[in-house]
Design a protein. Structure first.
Length: 60
């Protein structure tokens, strides 16, 4: 049972994040995910229109 006692001892040393830190980090991740999704969506629209234009110009 030495392993179980060692695990309990190490587990008690863990410093868990506070609720404020969790909410802050989660908010940051959600905001950045939305921003990145919009950015990539706009880039995709521009790139696809540019590609269609190039294909139509060069024999598509």
């Amino acid at each position: 049972m030495g392993l179980v006692n060692d695990v309990k001892k190490e587990y008690s040393k863990v410093e868990w994040p506070r609720k404020k830190e969790i909410v802050s980090a989660t908010t940051w991740v959600v905001v950045m995910s939305i921003f990145l999704g919009i950015y990539l969506g706009v880039f995709d629209i521009i790139a696809s229109r540019l590609l269609k234009m190039l294909v139509s110009l060069f024999g598509g």
